[in-house]
Write a protein that binds this ligand. Structure first.
Ligand code: FAD
Ligand code: NAP
Length: 522
């Protein structure tokens, strides 16, 4: 639970009255002719939005990125699997946007190099390069809704883009869901990837024999692979040391992936599936019955090539069994009905068999319960059925879908009758928890296009000191230690230094206090 904001911090009380607002606008104009933008959240949506804003609004634009953690890059750091290092390299692109190294580079040169970066797989390099732009300031360790309210933040800027991702989870809504031993995949992933809030998750793999993972998406595949892969191989990645320690003493022999629909409807992608099915020493177990597909499933595969490829990969794995001392079960047409506990801890999952019901032209087939049940052993249960965003005070929120209601990125007012001036949204918070890193680039383009076409509705800056200077002063008065990009780079260098000693690309720091100490000394 986040600490509540009290006193002056609560209601935008720092916002000056009308006359001051006009003065603030004049001050803004004096400080920089272009607009002041703030982006909340430094994941792919935040960084891609920053890039697009600079391109769209020109040399005078200023973009500040406010991030709750001392570390940037969102799920590229805390989500992307440790053994998928190529994907993470997007971070270097973001870093190039931060002030410092390339401040002498002309804008067009920067754009050209960014283009090259974007074309490569190297996402971390791309974002890192982006963060070097002198027009960008990074405010790490600042949580909107805790350190300052959204209303307060908005008073310093002409426009604010919310891209703070998804920090909660969809619910299974079945009995036993809250038993000890049941976690969301988000919590498990944030544990092995070193998110500071989840490093102490009480995972004990030495007492875990069988793991059930609900959901058939790529996150479920990541979790299964980490649990089944050789710890020696994982130890060479940037996975956290505490996770390697657990994996080395793991007693896990079975992982069960649970899909409420069939092999044709699985959400994982062919490359990720193939990688999982080819893990050394892991037998693949599936019920051949579920591969008898209906005409509706045939039609789905005909319409979407990827579904056909996934189906073919699964069929091949069924036809060519391999040996191993560990087993991966893929249960299709099975919906988790209950987590059954023993001695107050998860022990089994009761599954209801389902059947597919065509839902009409162009609509997805639905899973319907058949009233037949079976149970599987599971002393660890991971719910990998989707992340979910949370609302913050000061902006409308659709709690059913877990998104901020918007039209092409422009945020609706609470009553939905008009738009919030100068307030926009991007990424998972805008469209829900799906899509790969690159999806957020296209999404950022849409939001920034909307901003350009609605720029006449941007708000004048109300605070006396606009943008970064004003925000820094407020946070300073409140005793918030801001980690700037230089501070993050000091943390980064320390992680790389510690990693080198262990033969891994980095050894992640997971304590905010330790990161703050290193950043302060930078
Ligand atoms: P996020 O990346 O979540 O960024 C949001 C940021 O906002 C975070 O840094 C967070 O700390 C910050 N924040 C939250 N609240 C606040 C607040 N109140 N104030 C300030 N800051 C705040 N895609 C791929 O292409 N390849 C992959 O291999 C891949 N692997 C994935 C693995 C997992 C486990 C998951 C969950 C997703 C993966 N994805 C992958 C998808 C990709 O990570 C997402 O599409 C992308 O990260 C979404 O970007 P975002 O900016 O909307 O959110
Ligand atoms: P996802 O792809 O949406 O998969 C969610 C899964 O949960 C689906 O199989 C869904 O089944 C199931 N599900 C949802 N609600 C359920 C319920 N109530 N009961 C049972 N099952 C339920 O989500 P994700 O795996 O969290 O991934 C999020 C995004 O990140 C995706 O776009 C993914 O591609 C991306 N990602 C990419 C990579 C990569 O590129 N390597 C890695 C990780 C994540 P139904 O289809 O039946 O709803």
């Amino acid at each position: 639970m986040l600490p509540r904001i009290v006193g002056a911090a609560a209601g935008g009380l720092l916002r000056p009255a009308g006359a001051l607002a006009a003065r603030g606008f004049a001050a803004a104009a004096a400080a920089a002719a272009g607009p002041h933008f703030c982006i909340v959240g430094s994941g792919p949506a935040g960084f891609y939005t920053a890039d697009k804003l600079l391109k769209k609004f020109g040399e005078d634009a200023r973009v500040d990125i406010v991030e709750a953690l001392p570390t940037p890059f969102g799920l590229v750091r805390s989500g992307v699997a440790p053994d998928h290092a190529d994907t993470k390299n997007v971070i270097n692109q973001f870093t190039a946007l931060a002030p410092g190294d390339v401040s002498n580079m002309s804008s067009s040169l920067l754009t050209a190099s960014l283009f090259r970066f974007c074309c490569s797989q190297n996402v971390i390099n791309q974002f890192t390069a982006l963060a070097q732009d002198p027009r960008i300031s990074f405010f790490g360790n600042v949580r909107v809704g805790r350190d300052l309210s959204l209303d307060e933040l908005r008073s310093y800027y002409n426009a604010v883009v919310l891209s703070y991702g998804a920090e909660s989870d969809r619910k299974l809504s079945c009995p036993g869901e809250d038993l000890p031993g049941v976690y969301s995949a988000r919590e498990f992933v944030w544990w092995y990837n070193g998110h500071p809030a989840y490093r102490d998750l009480p995972i004990d793999l030495s007492r875990t024999h069988s793991v059930a993972i609900a959901g058939l998406g790529n996150v479920a595949v990541d979790c299964a692979r980490v649990l089944l892969k050789s710890p020696d191989d994982l130890a060479k990645t940037d996975i956290c040391s505490h996770a390697v320690e657990q994996l080395r003493k793991s007693a896990v022999r079975e992982v069960h992936l649970l899909g409420r629909r069939g092999p044709v409807q699985a959400a994982f992608t062919p490359k990720e599936l193939r990688e999982l099915l080819s893990l050394e020493g892991v037998q693949i177990k599936m019920d051949p019955e579920v591969f008898k597909v209906s005409p509706a499933c045939e039609a789905e595969m005909k319409a979407t090539r990827m579904k056909k490829r996934v189906f073919d990969i699964l069929s091949k794995a069924l036809a060519e069994p391999k040996q191993g001392d560990k087993s991966l079960y893929l249960h299709f047409l099975r919906s988790p009905a209950e987590v059954i506990g023993k001695d107050g801890h998860a022990a089994e999952v009761k599954l209801e068999k389902t059947r597919l019901e065509p839902a009409g032209e162009g609509k997805d087939q639905k899973a319907l319960g058949t009233g037949e049940f079976e149970t599987i052993p599971a002393d660890l249960v991971l719910k990998s059925i989707g992340f979910k965003s949370v609302g913050i005070p000061g902006v409308a929120f659709d709690s059913r879908r877990g998104v901020i209601p918007n039209q092409a990125g422009q945020v609706y007012t609470e009553d939905g009758s008009s738009f919030e001036p100068g307030l926009y949204v991007c990424g998972w918070l805008k469209r829900g928890p799906s899509g790969i890193i690159g999806t957020n680039l296209v999404d950022a383009e849409q939001t920034v296009d909307t901003m350009a076409s609605t720029k006449d509705s941007f708000r004048p800056v109300e605070a006396q000191q606009p943008g970064a200077a004003g925000l820094r002063q407020l946070l300073n008065e409140r005793g918030v230690q801001v980690v700037d990009f230089k501070g993050w780079q000091a943390v980064d260098a320390e992680e790389v230094r510690r990693g080198a000693a262990q033969g891994k690309p980095r050894d992640k720091l997971t304590s905010v206090d330790e990161m703050l100490q290193i950043a302060a000394a930078a």
